[in-house]
Design a protein around this ligand. Structure first.
Ligand code: GLU
Length: 469
């Protein structure tokens, strides 16, 4: 039997990191089993779907390595609507489903309590199809539904506790529970690997598989992803969109490595491992069923490691979207003609060891391209104290006298200016750094001054000096 898995996102919003995690797990499982990965877009909620969300899913999958053309699909759930309706009709005709026109209020009035599920009122009343009549599945009165789950063992549900749930609405349209099962059935899906949030649906869906006479798939419900307060990641509260991480300058390699660590770890004492190791070692059965903490700080640290591991030319290439403002990435503060690729290449190795996400490249190098630096006023006030004006005067004079404009000479020259005033190098550097780059932190100062050049450095130092009058 060929293993067939599917990833079945609904295009109702930005693509979620939890979805990316499930997609990768499906992808690896299919690969390990010599199986097929199917992409199905569950687009039947017409009110909430938008075509751009579908495009977002395809490009996000592409970004993390599930590239277009390398899987089966995408199929669209809406295209299978005829099958969904046919299955609903079969269940009705075989007596496994019945029509009901009760409202929630009707049930509540009958049971005299808060609505706690449908009471089975129409089970045997023989109501035929008609406008406004929902089709309900007749769940067995007794017995157990045992779900075979590769991660959770055998979660078992008592059938008598499962209400007669709706499978088609009053307008005849099948609901998610049924459409999802029918699609899996028609696509020959053997393993359903999906988020834990769907586990409550599973006994109902398995009953539908049984009632439609097809052997149910093997299930694997992967753990819910939570924030540091152990709350399920939510798009209102947390940064969940894969796209947001991409725009901030996370590398796809770091991201997919990190996502695979949610509830699982490779052998040995390592977390950062090549993708080929993950593909080889990952075992769905080893995924921890407990909620998985999405630790953004750890992801950031991971990303920094991935950035540092890039060969310099690749790092330079990877920075380009932030240096030019490509696609949805905001343009940098300088004009395109102010950008100088050679100057960037000269400082790139220094920046590479200091940034954790690629977007941080911009504030680190903007001083090189802008005609005058963007002065951080708080940094200015904190740094430019009594004595800064004189210090700048002396530094300008000493720099003007330099024969060779290189980092080493600049350093020893400024150090001497500081020593004469009883200052350590750090204190001496600070006003020069703020004058030239506008900030208190950044790339190593003397290398920066070397690349910036004599003219521009001295002009900025003189301008800062004038501001201190
Ligand atoms: N469309 C469903 C969702 O996005 C997935 C259902 C499933 O994987 O079975 O939550």
């Amino acid at each position: 039997m060929t293993v067939r898995v599917r990833f079945a996102p609904s295009p109702t919003g930005m693509f979620h990191v939890g979805g990316a995690r499930s997609a990768l797990q499906n992808w690896i499982y299919a690969k390990q089993q010599g199986g097929v990965f199917v992409l199905r877009i569950e687009d039947t909620d017409a009110a909430r779907n938008k075509p751009e969300w579908t495009e977002g899913i395809l490009s996000a999958l592409d970004w993390i390595g599930i590239s277009r053309g390398s899987y089966e699909g995408p199929y669209f759930q809406s295209e299978n609507a005829g099958e969904h309706r046919a299955a609903a009709a079969r269940l009705y005709e075989s007596g496994r489903a019945y029509y009901c026109d009760c409202t929630r209020e009707d049930v509540q009035a009958r049971t005299g309590s808060q609505y706690q599920g449908y009471d089975g009122y129409h089970r045997d009343l023989g109501l035929g199809p008609g406008e406004g009549r929902a089709l309900r599945f007749r769940t067995p009165d007794e017995g157990l539904t045992v779900v075979v789950d590769l991660i959770r063992g055998e979660p078992t549900f008592e059938n008598k506790l499962i209400e007669d749930f709706v499978i088609a609405r009053g307008d005849g349209s099948p609901v998610f529970l049924l459409a999802n099962v029918v699609d899996d059935m028609t696509m020959g899906i053997t393993h359903v690997i999906r988020a834990e949030e769907h586990l409550p649906n599973t006994p109902k869906q398995q009953l539908l598989w049984d009632a439609l006479g097809v052997k149910p798939p093997v299930w694997a419900h992967v753990p819910v992803v939570v924030n540091e307060k152990r709350q399920k990641l939510s798009k209102r509260r947390d940064k969940v969109a894969l796209e947001a991480y991409r725009e901030e300058g996370y590398l796809s390699g770091a991201m997919r490595n990190y996502l695979m660590l949610l509830g699982w770890a490779p052998s040995g004492d390592r977390e950062i491992v090549p993708w080929s190791v993950i593909e080889e070692e990952f075992r769905l059965e080893e995924v921890n069923p407990s909620p998985a903490f999405f630790d953004e700080k750890k992801l950031r640290a991971f990303n920094g490691e991935y950035i540092r591991a890039l060969p310099v030319p690749e790092f330079i290439d990877a920075c380009q979207p932030w240096l030019t403002g490509t696609g949805t990435i905001a343009p940098p503060p300088w004009q395109p003609e102010e950008y100088d690729a050679d100057a960037f290449a000269a400082v790139a190795p220094l920046a590479q060891t200091r940034i954790a996400v690629l977007s941080e490249i911009v504030p680190n190098v903007d001083f090189l391209f802008l005609a005058s630096p963007l002065i951080d006023e708080a940094a200015w006030t904190k740094t430019m104290k009594d004595g800064s004006a004189e210090l700048l005067d002396e530094a300008v004079a000493a720099f003007e006298a330099l024969e060779s404009w290189d980092a080493e000479s600049l350093k020893s020259t400024l150090e001497a200016v500081g020593t004469a005033r009883g200052l350590k190098l750090g204190k001496t550097q600070a006003p020069v750094r703020v004058a030239v780059t506008g900030r208190t932190v950044g790339l190593p100062l003397f290398e920066s001054l070397e690349v910036l050049g004599r003219e521009r450095t001295l002009t900025r130092m003189r301008a800062a000096r004038l501001r201190l009058v």
